[in-house]
Ligand binder design. Structure first.
Ligand SMILES: Cc1cc2nc3c(=O)[nH]c(=O)nc-3n(C[C@H](O)[C@H](O)[C@H](O)COP(=O)(O)OP(=O)(O)OC[C@H]3O[C@@H](n4cnc5c(N)ncnc54)[C@H](O)[C@@H]3O)c2cc1C
Length: 412
């Protein structure tokens, strides 16, 4: 495999390790991962992995590791703040997609990927913060904060929403999306008010004051988390940090919105949940990019560095995983060395078009979750109800959940 390109991957989050694994396992190509964290350190909150994400995890060999560490489910039940059922989305389905969906902590997924890199002998260099990158005709040179440099034939930016790699190859500005999220994790299901027992979980509750999701997150389903995404005014980075640390204020925000006139178990949670455990996260977005590659095509962006948007479609990590696997099949194409400009262009066009659709889907979810007047809220609930009556439980989302990254080869 010595003729194949040698890759430097910047970022050991989700997309970067998945790319390194897919390249090694399926095509025998080695790469090296540079990660800014000084040591093995995984973090995050609970996330949903829909079948299209789990398919990639299976292909890179970590699905069996993560599956018993999260909550598997097929249906998300939708209701309104008066506990009336609005519809059911079959998000996961062994029958239709070969996979259920999985609710799991992001740190478990990242750890499984990093552990598998170790097993496969793929090096991860911690404490390497990329500060600059120079693209030459034949190679890319990476500069790190510790003063060292490294060279590779191609460099991959998998360094997240505030990507340094992206800044080095194009002018973009990440901006606050206008939405933030509040999440409380690790609630014992048995501790919920008895009204919760009449509600099937996972449940998405929509009301004129916003949106709350209740999702089991442990294997047995005995632990649940609740989260709400909501519009919130922009502020500086320091002010966001201040707000994120002000747990009393976060609890107040929840209570003002959902402390009364919502199902009893939700009202209770806003008061009874230990406020120290609440996390608040502003969502930043990367504007839709016309290109995910540099002019000379030796630097390539994947994951949040190429297309971060709000998590209101539950598809952020999934898109990074799909990017990773599709790119691995592109980089390993037999003609890649002589024809990489054409192949990367085809990959980029395909992924940009898919991301446009997924972003539209995400933004629509965001609009349905936004507080509104009683009349508009009534119309939104009618729309949700009518949609599932019309489309059935799969919600016409087979294009999203049925995607198989291996099919990228059809686009070359
Ligand atoms: C509250 C919340 C809920 C979410 N829910 C879901 C969900 O339900 N489903 C879903 O699919 N997605 C969800 N997401 C999105 C998902 O977590 C991200 O889309 C995903 O983690 C992006 O993966 P990534 O590898 O592109 O970037 P990241 O996971 O951000 O990883 C980037 C890595 O690069 C490293 N790095 C950064 N800068 C440098 C540098 N200069 N040099 C070297 N290394 C660097 C970072 O330390 C990090 O390890 C959610 C996100 C949030 C915030």
């Amino acid at each position: 495999m010595s003729e194949l390109p040698y890759l430097a991957i910047v970022g050991g989050g989700i997309a970067g390790p998945a790319l390194a694994l897919s390249l090694k396992k399926h095509h025998g190509i080695s790469s090296i991962v540079y990660e800014l964290q000084p040591k093995y350190d995984v973090r995050g909150v609970n996330i949903t992995l829909a079948p299209n994400a789990l398919r990639v995890l299976q292909h890179v060999g970590v699905y069996d590791t993560v599956r018993p560490q999260g909550y598997r489910y097929e249906n998300i039940h939708m209701s309104n703040a008066r506990s009336q059922a609005l519809g059911t989305l079959r998000q996961g389905s062994p029958k239709h997609y070969n996979f259920s969906s999985l609710r799991i902590h992001r740190a478990i997924v990242q750890k499984a990927l990093l552990d598998e890199l170790k097993v496969q002998g793929i090096p991860v260099v911690f404490g390497k913060k990329l500060v600059q990158l120079h693209e030459e005709k034949e190679f890319v040179e990476l500069e790190f904060a510790d003063g060292t440099t490294a060279r590779a034939s191609f460099a991959i930016g998998a360094d997240g929403v505030h990507s340094r790699v992206r800044d080095a190859i194009m002018e973009t500005k990440t901006s606050y999306s206008g939405f933030m999220g509040i999440i409380g994790m690790g609630v014992k299901r048995e501790s919920l008010h008895k009204s919760a027992s009449q509600v099937p979980l996972p449940n998405f509750v929509f009301g004129s004051r916003g949106f709350v999701a209740i999702m089991p997150s442990s294997y047995e389903g005995d632990m649940v988390d609740f989260f709400s995404t909501m519009p919130y005014p922009a502020r500086s980075r320091e002010e966001w940090n201040e707000l994120a640390n002000d747990k009393t204020k976060i609890q107040e925000i929840l209570q003002q919105r959902y402390g009364n006139e919502w199902p009893h178990f939700i009202c209770d949670m806003t008061k009874d949940y230990d406020k120290e455990g609440l996390s608040l996260l502003p969502f930043f977005e990367v504007p839709p990019l016309e290109r995910w590659t540099s002019i000379k095509r030796r630097v390539i962006l994947i994951g949040d560095s190429a297309h971060a948007f709000t998590p209101q479609g539950g598809q952020g990590a999934a898109m990074g995983l799909e990017d990773a696997e599709t790119l691995s099949h592109t980089l390993s194409h037999p003609d890649f060395k002589s024809d990489y400009v054409r192949l990367l262009t085809a990959w980029e066009r395909h992924r940009i078009e898919r991301l446009r659709l997924v972003k539209d889907f995400t933004d629509l979810n965001g609009r349905l979750r936004t507080p509104d007047t009683a009349v508009i809220q009534w119309l939104k609930e009618l729309l949700i109800w009518g949609r599932f009556k019309w489309t059935g439980e799969l919600g016409n989302l087979q294009w999203l959940h049925g995607y198989n990254a291996e099919d990228i080869v059809r686009f070359f």
